[in-house]
Design a protein around this ligand. Structure first.
Ligand SMILES: [Zn+2]
Ligand SMILES: [Zn+2]
Length: 418
């Protein structure tokens, strides 16, 4: 036991002596070779201790710029200070540093590991990121490192001496109701200028003056001190369709927020007041980034109320039979009206339930429950034979949806996941 210990001490010192003799090296880099030895010590302390011990045996290193890191560790404090300044006015709990080394340092590190292999070594990047984090916490007076989802992500580029800061987005889940027709779900770039701004769109860059996205986002942007937000919906209704019932699930992503601790109850009130009569939100709660994909991938069943106009009068009995016979498989080739933005293919969807309310021989109100992705307007019109079966096809009478509302989106609950 004793023998082993003595052997380990002398081998540590022997290697350290070789390292120190090889060229000028900083305490951080010397200590890194023994990072797994001794708890609660910083690498620089390990390096200093070894150097002291070696000097007692007349082994002294050369002075000069560290041949491994090129003196990078000397800049840790200054870089951390700059990073801390960049975080001023931004609310955060967690951070993470990443460093891009210069080719010269990468070369030095490679050589160091090759020449002096130890099984107690800590890679330069790892040590550098941790040291800068420690210094950053001191300057900022707050923050803990988070390797998964940090609020602040710094990237330090040693070649250009640049520090980039990315503030992670904030995500809130909710459901929205759209009470009026004519508003798109998301900001819709002007068809003429593609969003740049032109005379046609009055230099707004937009095809429609407002969207569900913008109406919900405005109070969020203000409260979070952010300039950009995205609405990720669980599907979308047509511009001319209302979204009623308990609303459609969505996640609002607030980009680069300066404030993260938003009062969602107050924001809900604010949205519902400023967008009154147009858009209403409910169920707001914070979620993680993962919920965006979950919400977008939800192929929720939806229930629609469609007002249908028939080109010629149809007998009551015939109409009722025709509507019920639609229940089942529907083959839909990509509708004409969306063919410019979606792949042209045949999708198979199911109509789950259909109820008929006859207003007059040429006016009906249908309540239709279908799988996510079923196009209702085409189910009624047939879209020139692209959707089969269709109400128009079965009746042999042109039929058209004149008003469409989504009255229910069935979706799983998305819990708080922050
Ligand atoms: Zn060094
Ligand atoms: Zn334009």
């Amino acid at each position: 036991m004793h023998g082993e210990m003595l052997e380990s001490i002398s081998s540590t010192l022997a290697t350290a002596a070789k390292i120190v003799r090889a060229g000028p090296i900083c305490d951080e880099c010397l200590g890194r070779a023994y990072a797994k030895l001794g708890h609660g010590l910083a690498n620089a302390e390990r390096g200093r201790a070894l150097r002291t011990l070696l000097s007692m045996h007349n082994v002294r290193g050369k002075s000069g710029v560290c041949w491994v890191c090129g003196g990078a560790f000397e800049h840790v404090v200054e870089l951390a200070k700059r990073a801390s300044t960049m975080s001023e006015g931004i609310e955060f709990d967690t951070y993470l540093f990443g460093v891009r080394l210069t080719p010269r340092i990468m070369q030095g590190e490679k050589l160091y590991v090759e020449r002096f292999p130890t099984d107690t070594y800590e890679p330069l990047k790892h040590a550098f990121n941790r040291e800068i984090g420690k210094a950053f916490e001191t300057f900022a007076g707050r923050g803990t490192v988070d390797f998964e989802r940090p609020h602040l992500s710094y990237v330090i580029d040693l070649s250009s001496d640049r520090i980039d800061l990315k503030v992670s987005s904030l995500y809130a889940y909710g459901r929205y109701r759209k009470l009026v027709r004519g508003i798109p779900q998301t900001r819709w770039p002007c068809r003429v200028c593609k969003g740049k701004g032109c005379a046609v769109c009055n230099y707004t860059g937009k095809q429609y003056p407002e969207s569900v996205e913008e109406l919900i986002a405005a109070p969020f942007l203000e409260a979070a001190g952010s300039e950009k937000a995205y609405l990720h919906g669980a599907g979308r209704e047509d511009i001319d369709a209302r979204m009623l019932g308990s609303g459609r699930p969505f996640v609002i992503e607030v980009v680069s927020p300066r404030v993260r601790s938003l009062d969602l109850a107050a924001l809900r009130e604010r949205v519902n007041k400023t967008a009154a009569g147009k858009v209403e939100v409910s169920d707001l709660h914070f979620v993680s980034h993962d919920t965006v994909a979950l919400v977008k991938e939800t192929h929720a069943e939806k229930t629609y109320r469609a007002r249908v106009s028939l080109a010629a009068p149809v007998e009551r009995e015939k109409l009722l039979v025709a509507v019920s016979s639609l229940i089942g498989q529907i083959d839909q080739r990509t509708p004409h009206r969306v063919a410019h933005r979606r792949a042209d293919l045949v999708r198979v969807r199911r109509l789950i339930d259909a109820q008929t309310k006859i207003a007059s021989p040429q006016e009906v109100e249908l309540t239709l429950r279908g799988e996510g992705g079923l196009y209702i307007k085409e189910l009624v019109s047939g879209d020139k034979g692209r959707t089969t079966p269709s109400l128009s096809g079965i009746l042999g009478v042109p039929a058209l949806v004149t008003e469409l509302d989504v009255i229910d989106v069935s979706a799983p609950a998305f819990p708080d996941t922050v």
